[in-house]
Design a protein around this ligand. Sequence first.
Ligand code: TRP
Length: 341
Amino acid sequence: MTKPTILTGDRPTGKLHIGHYVGSLQNRVRLQNEEKYQMFVFLADQQALTDHAKDPQTIVESVGNVALDYLAAGLDPEKSTIFIQSQIPELAELSMYYMNLVSLARLERNPTVKTEIAQKGFGESIPTGFLVYPIAQAADITAFKANLVPVGTDQKPMIEQTREIVRSFNHAYDCDVLVEPEGIYPENEAAGRLPGLDGNAKMSKSLGNGIYLADDADTLKKKVMSMYTDPNHIKVEDPGRIEGNMVFHYLDVFGREEDQADIQAMKEHYQAGGLGDVKTKRYLLDILERELGPIRERRLEFAKDMGQVYDMLKKGSQAAQAVAAQTLDDVKSAMGINYFK
Ligand code: TRP
């Protein structure tokens, strides 16, 4: 029995924050260590370039940073194939053939693409590469014959579009070369989308409201101390609200089994009045430090030798390329364009 294949990727547009960690990275490490799957994890630099064409430096730097975040969080190149999208030209070639199977109208209907176009303010100047990135994403997924794709719920339309392409391809060329993937979505929506330090629904670089895996202990402390709590909880004796209070929200996400009794007691004390924000923040800081301290240490260790990190990425990319080349070969044979075979 061959193991089912899992594939996931991230757009390298900055360092990873703790929202990425609880929303997906932690889960990938868990899946990797179950050793029941063949895992591919990749840096989708080509996709990131679809809206950063004139600013490649950010993407290039982020490739190194996200690779460090991966290693620090526990992805292990001995167990998972970690690679860089742009180093696998077969993916672009597959995209060319898939483009002929998808109408422009279908791409324009993709809800995630629609939202992103509005957010990014492209106006009438949508880069063609951006509009077709769902097709390139289908190439990423199908090149590795992925069965399972763990992603955020915002990626559902991409998985749906990939499945359509697979069916359309296999039908058009009367074959079963491509594999229909399933998405795996976060069970817990709360962890799936961690709000920012300021209470904004989204933790993001542009909002400046995130905690990064790369943050040092001092930065972590400053950020926790600045977190949004209950604006009406002015004096310690005042009763406080835990709903919408980021300290309690993060405690719910990061607290372990053995912390639950303490957390419950603190919630009750806070609501009754008499518990100050500084105390709750100190407690949260300890909990975060317990989780993030070891990750930070490992990150610093790996960062000492970036040559070794790129070497790992190169090996992963070579291994990934071999798999993608085989799929491309099958695809061309199915289409009857493997002229020299
Ligand atoms: N679109 C994904 C994101 O923005 C990144 C991505 C690119 C991806 N290719 C993929 C995810 C293939 C899963 C599978 O997060």
